[in-house]
Design a protein around this ligand. Sequence first.
Ligand code: SF4
Length: 219
Amino acid sequence: MTGGKAKAPVPEILSFLARTYPDARVLLDFRNPFELLVATVLAAQCTDARVNRLTPSLFRAYPGPAEIAAASQAEMEEAVRPTGFYRNKAKALRGLSEAILKRHGGRVPRTMEELTALPGVGRKTASILLGSCFGVPALPVDTHVGRVSFRLGLTASKDPARIEEDLASRIPRERWWEFTTRLGWHGRRVCVARTPRCGECGLACLCPKCGVAARRPSP
Ligand code: SF4
């Protein structure tokens, strides 16, 4: 099956995603904004499952920014080693914790501006925090959201910042968060990177790139 449209219609996409992935959520385990921030840092170049295996013991030993900021670099490296890139991650977590203590009295801030001013926090991480913890409309563009958005014709770009702009102009603001979490799930389960499962995709009749894997080995 091939789609003949330049882009799939947004209302139909939203409706499909709501029907298919009603329970989509962030896959990292957390109990508060600080834990999600730490887990998001650790998830760089690492699977969510591996991070989730580590964080219960990590948060028992280091329950908040005060404990992480007080830890030595060597101690923190050892604590996060199983997630890979542990030197950078340990440094990032210590710097982040210190900044949260000094600038925000130990509480994770609630605005995009304040979050992205923290060391090592980019728009994607800030958006995850805003959407997951604070109920603020946000569009975190990860690799899955970017890929499926491109295939559906919702963006012509592969640059996350530009993709976010394109999605922001097309998706109703109050549905930004549900859209990205659900689209991300679709990207992980069906519209996978190398060989998208177009034959079993509920968006196939709308998708301009349906059958892309059959036409090109590496879309
Ligand atoms: S799986 Fe295929 S049909 Fe479905 S969104 Fe991806 S490219 Fe389009």
